[in-house]
Ligand binder design. Structure first.
Ligand code: GDP
Ligand code: IMO
Ligand code: MG
Length: 430
């Protein structure tokens, strides 16, 4: 069995966790390949809600080994708290494996994230303030501390002393803050090591062992294509590469190991934080309010109200191409049920009247484009109990077909509610 990637096609919170949980049933490994606890993945099983930030969403199946790959940035205290939460709910967390090459988020990363945002003022990115950007910056600067450094207290302290020379200079001289005490911080992290040590592993080896044994390895993306550091709406992006191709760097698999790439598409669009959003509904719009209310569009992580808009197929098409998606998992179709008519953005119109059916590369253009909509009929009644495609009203089926036609990729699953069982499997699903 090959690798399969689950990737977000919009600005996050499409329901990646929910579909990872659904598909993980058949897998032996479920691997996170990037991001950190800026992610918030929600699973609903038999009415029980699980909110995960770092632990891969396959954790609910006892036969799945959840793997935190080398491309993830890890706050060890957050990870341990999540493991405690899982244990408290009867889920064995000792199966989880943590890459020794993953980088550690340190308290100064979080402090610098907060300070950067404050100093940006109106130009702030609206980050989750989890220290993600500063931790990845240190990784690129080659001054990051890695999970494996926890296993060697001497090395850990040496590296920390070195990096704090610069960090403390910035904290005290630029931001007028107190310096970080190296000894106290080293002690704080060392105290966590005994619990983390049994989890630390050569995760690349584990992944290849599973692939060699023809087992299915599920690679779970966090964030999404338009939050990608290279392909998103820079600088309003996260500091990692959520695109499917990043599994190579973040999990250690090669392009030939991946056969299935599931692009998760929310039936409408949301975004948390700043940045352009062509199909955004204006504040106070009644459709936007309905989407927030019915879709519970508040950040899993930060509780911020998500910005909302109609489905933007210009973006989705671009994402499907960038990720070479083999199929679409469509989520939250049920949220649209009360609406009489539905708009779908199929192109953009520029300031100068130019029409774009692809995402313009120039950000200044993206900021100014207006959406060109097609209108489709709504269905007007609940679909939460649909089990098969035929159970969906004709108009809902038409909405699904429209997406497939414009996108040129098959929809294989439709989410009609947050529950694991509220998944309509379409006939073309393998
Ligand atoms: P992720 O970050 O992509 O994993 O998505 P989140 O978990 O942050 O946000 C998705 C939200 O929508 C969660 O509250 C899910 O429980 C919920 N959800 C997922 N799929 C569906 C669906 O098909 N219908 C409804 N109504 N809710 C869904
Ligand atoms: P999941 O995996 C939605 C957004 C933040 C901010 C930008 C940068 O649940 O889909 P960061 O803290 O990463 O430096 O913030 O990215 N962001 C997300 N938005 N879902 C997420 O994850 C996100 N992770 C980061 O709101 O705009
Ligand atoms: Mg989320």
């Amino acid at each position: 069995m090959p690798g399969a990637v689950i990737v977000g096609t919009q600005w996050g919170d499409e329901g990646k966790g929910r579909f990872t949980d659904y598909l993980a049933k058949e897998a032996s490994l479920c691997v996170r390949y990037q991001g950190g606890h800026n992610a918030g993945h929600t699973l609903v099983v038999d009415g029980e809600v699980f909110k995960l930030q770092l632990v891969p969403s396959g954790v609910l199946y006892p036969w799945v080994v959840p793997v935190i790959g080398n491309g993830v940035v890890v706050d060890p205290e957050v990870l341990l708290a999540e493991l405690d939460m899982l244990e408290g709910r009867g889920i064995d967390s000792r199966r989880i494996r943590l890459s020794g090459n993953a980088h550690l988020i340190m308290p100064y990363h979080q402090e610098l994230d907060r300070l950067n945002e404050r100093y940006l003022g109106k130009a702030k990115l609206g980050t989750t303030k989890r220290g993600i950007g500063p931790a990845y910056a240190d990784k690129a600067m080659r001054v990051g501390l890695r999970v494996q450094d926890l296993l060697d207290p001497k090395i850990f302290r040496e590296k920390l002393d070195l990096v704090l020379r610069e960090k403390n200079g910035v904290l005290t001289k630029v931001y007028n803050r107190l310096p970080v005490d190296a000894a106290a911080l080293a002690e704080q992290y060392m105290a966590l090591t005994p619990r983390l040590e049994p989890l630390i592993a050569d995760t690349v080896h584990l992944v290849h062992q599973a692939l060699d044994a023809q087992q299915w390895v599920l690679l779970e993306g966090a964030q999404a294509t338009f939050l990608d550091l290279d392909h998103g709406t820079y600088p309003f992006v996260t500091s990692s590469n959520p695109v499917a191709g990043a599994v190579g760097a973040g999990a250690g698999v090669g392009p030939r190991d991946v056969e299935r790439i599931v692009g998760v598409v929310k039936a409408y669009t949301t975004r948390v934080g700043s940045g352009p959003f062509p199909a955004e509904l204006p504040e106070g719009d009644s459709v936007g309010d309905l989407l927030v209310e019915r879709g519970a569009e508040y950040g899993t992580n930060t509780k911020r109200r998500r910005r909302t808009g109609w489905l933007d197929l210009v973006m989705v098409k671009h994402a499907l191409r960038l990720n070479t998606c083999t199929e679409i998992a469509l989520t939250k179709l049920d949220v649209l049920s009360p609406l009489r008519e539905l708009k779908v953005c199929v192109a953009y119109e520029g300031d100068d009247g130019a029409r774009y059916d692809h995402v313009p590369y120039h950000q200044s253009v993206v900021h100014k484009v207006r959406p060109v909509y097609e209108t489709l009929p709504g269905w007007g009644h609940d679909i939460e109990r649909a089990e098969r495609l035929d159970d969906l009203p004709a108009e809902a089926q038409q909405y699904v077909r429209f997406i497939e036609e414009v996108a040129g990729v098959a929809v294989t699953f439709v989410g009609v509610g947050p529950g694991r069982e509220q998944t309509v499997v379409l006939p073309r699903a393998a």
